[in-house]
Design a protein around this ligand. Structure first.
Ligand code: NAD
Ligand code: UDP
Length: 320
């Protein structure tokens, strides 16, 4: 019998790559999404697969699934700061009510649930690099709080189901991940810089560009999530690439990669934008025998080729 897995957020960037991975591993995959930040085209190639079906549904509403389920991956949630500032209430609801629905479903189906948490639970971190033991530094009432606190609540309720109901749970704390199928206009720094380079616009640096991030290629992230799901570890695990870079140096790398002749321009740093971020992946290395394999140069080249191949209409589609 094929193992059956429900993946929420299936039409999004990470969700669609996870659907691909589990279909290719021989699972029967049920994808679920309401398209609030996702795109049907991310799943078109799976349409004819006998091992994939899609249900259009908002996970904050009661979820009814006919199949038995072995696993659930809860990836539905806006993930770009611009998205969750635009739809703050939906962001809070999908992390709280949506997660509660999925926990109930997992309990009813006796399925193992893995939730997509985030480095944002560490907020603007005072510990560097960030280990899983760090409790974080989040402004609950700041504009980013809608995402950070939804994800923190998501972790708490997931652990409560684990402790109280004995549910099998997994928690991945994902650090900035990139690759093909990100939305060109989602406002995250990689699509933002690449879109600007392709349209011949100046690259917008928020703040002075000294803030750092550590970018993980999507295939590495998916491998880490796959191994975590199949592990027996119920507590949070960081998955990300520890190779840290300032946003200014990163913009220079994009200028070299794309050959753009545009310059860097500076805009205000968004409120509570974390000044530094780098995963400590000691735990993932030990527990999952996992570490990232794809260098930033390789991953960025693949991602740029993907954005370059998009139509003019997509390149100039304005969302904000
Ligand atoms: P994405 O916006 O591309 O995908 C999210 C998907 O969830 C979209 O298809 C959207 O339509 C769907 N969705 C949102 N609310 C929904 C709802 N109520 N019901 C059903 N579907 C809903 O974002 P992504 O980068 O693929 O992120 C996926 C998950 O991973 C999110 O939970 C995000 O918080 C987490 N994450 C991502 C990153 C990253 O760097 N990409 C980092 C940390 C955490
Ligand atoms: N950023 C930037 N210019 C942009 C978009 C983002 O300088 O056009 C910065 C942003 O302020 C942050 C970093 O790039 O410091 C990463 O932003 P992103 O939105 O990708 O994700 P975050 O890690 O902040 O969730």
């Amino acid at each position: 019998m094929k193992k059956k897995i429900l993946i929420t957020g299936a039409a999004g960037f990470l969700g669609s790559h996870l659907c691909d991975r589990f279909v290719s591993e021989g699972y029967y995959v049920v994808g679920m999404d309401n398209f609030i930040t996702g795109d049907k085209k991310n799943l078109l190639h799976l349409k004819s697969s006998p091992n994939f079906e899609f249900i259009e549904h908002d996970v904050t509403e009661y979820i009814k699934i006919e199949h038995d389920l072995d696993y659930i991956l809860h990836f539905a949630s806006p993930a770009s700061p611009i998205d969750y500032l635009k739809i703050p209430i939906q962001t809070l609801k999908v992390g709280s009510l949506g997660t509660h629905n999925l926990l109930g479903l997992a309990k009813a189906k006796k399925a193992r649930l893995l939730i997509a948490s985030t480095s944002e639970v560490y907020g603007d971190p005072l510990v560097h690099p960030q280990t899983e033991e760090y409790y974080g530094n989040v402004n609950t009432i700041g504009p980013r709080g809608v995402y950070d606190e939804a994800k923190r609540f998501q972790e708490s309720i997931t652990m409560a189901y684990h402790r109280f109901h004995g549910l099998e749970t997994r928690i991945v704390r994902i650090f900035n991940t990139y690759g093909p199928r990100m939305r060109l206009n989602d406002g995250r720094v990689i699509p933002a810089f690449m879109g600007q380079a392709l349209r011949g616009e100046d690259l917008t640096i928020f703040g002075d560009g000294s803030q750092t991030r550590s970018f993980c290629y999507v295939d590495d992230q998916v491998e880490g999530i796959y191994r975590l799901l199949l592990s027996d570890y119920p507590y949070p695990v960081n998955i990300g690439n520890p190779h840290e870079i300032t946003i200014k140096d990163f913009a220079e790398e994009i200028i070299k990669l794309t050959g753009t002749t545009q310059k860097l321009i500076y805009k205000d740093l968004p409120v509570n934008d974390p000044l530094q971020r780098q995963p400590d992946i000691t735990l993932a290395k030990k527990l999952l025998k996992w570490e990232p394999k794809v260098s930033r140069a390789e991953g960025m080249k693949i991602t740029y080729d993907y954005f370059k191949a998009l139509s003019e209409a997509e390149l100039y589609k304005s969302e904000h």
